[in-house]
Design a protein around this ligand. Structure first.
Ligand SMILES: C[S@@+](CC[C@H](N)C(=O)[O-])C[C@H]1O[C@@H](n2cnc3c(N)ncnc32)[C@H](O)[C@@H]1O
Length: 251
């Protein structure tokens, strides 16, 4: 199991102190041109606000979204103070996991991602939020390298079908955000989630929450039911779109 270390972050020389107040004229010119090209301002400033905290982001991680904040808020309201171990699959910047732990959902947390670069960013954010004693990260394809069971598993996996859903994606998102965070191949999509949910089941002794695509959540809820999950619900986001799955499993 490959745990991500702080040294790797330092070796990469992440731009930790980007502050518009101290950039040189040349840097300002680069920023201006990038802004004109349409690079999201969160990548230009290396920061994104998410659930009462500021997160370092760069183009190796998805910019955390308001609908994901909504999911975190829902989990905090339901589970604060009642959960021991939390797992976040596809942690990216660590926004979900770190927000949950910071707000009292889980005494300890494990974040996994297939991207080692994303895990370096997540570890950096952990340090900034002073949560190193409670949170660790491992590199894993889905839950392949995960051991043990968890009281709550959360995931915002890639959930856009690379072919049939792509035209619904904003061109700026497609151009600037990491494709492995966004897309799964159409012909592999159902199998990917069947496999994912059965891995989740092997490591769950409590609650499962997932953000997903409004056109896919009903079919995914059926898969969860077939696998023996209980209390399976499709939940809507604040704009009224189907956006999340909620379920539980107790071995
Ligand atoms: C939609 S992003 C979510 C990032 C973050 N959790 C958030 O909500 O902002 C999906 C994340 O899953 C990761 N990922 C993609 N395929 C994966 C896999 N097979 N196993 C683990 N992580 C994966 C991506 O690298 C990316 O960080």
């Amino acid at each position: 199991m490959k745990e991500i270390s702080q040294k790797k972050i330092n070796d990469k020389n992440l731009n930790l102190d980007s502050d518009l107040g101290v950039v040189s004229q040349d840097e300002l010119e680069v920023l201006k041109n990038s802004f004109i090209e349409g690079v999201p301002f969160q990548y230009l400033l290396n920061k994104a606000d998410f659930y009462y905290s500021e997160f370092f982001v760069d183009p190796s991680v998805l910019i955390p979204r308001p609908e994901t904040e909504n999911l975190v808020d829902l989990i905090v309201k339901r589970h604060k103070g009642k959960i021991e171990r939390v797992l976040d699959v596809g942690t990216g910047s660590g926004a979900i996991l770190l927000s949950l732990i910071k707000h009292g959902v889980g005494q300890s947390g494990l974040g996994v991602d297939i991207s080692t670069r994303a895990l370096e960013v997540a570890l950096l954010n952990t340090k900034r939020l002073h949560l190193e004693d409670q949170v660790r990260f491992i590199n894993s394809d889905k839950l392949n390298n995960v051991e043990g069971t968890f009281d709550l598993i959360v995931s915002n996996p890639p959930y856009i079908k690379a072919q049939s859903h792509r035209e619904l994606v904003h061109p700026k998102v497609n151009q600037f955000e990491p494709h492995e965070a966004l897309y799964l191949p159409d012909d592999f999509y159902t199998f990917w989630f069947e496999d994912f949910f059965s891995e989740i089941r092997s490591h769950l002794r409590g609650f499962f929450y997932m953000e997903g695509h409004e056109l896919e959540l009903d079919a995914q809820a059926e898969i969860l039911l077939k696998l023996g999950f209980k209390n399976v619900e499709v939940l809507r986001d604040l704009s009224g779109c189907k956006r999340y799955l909620e379920a539980s499993f107790h071995p």
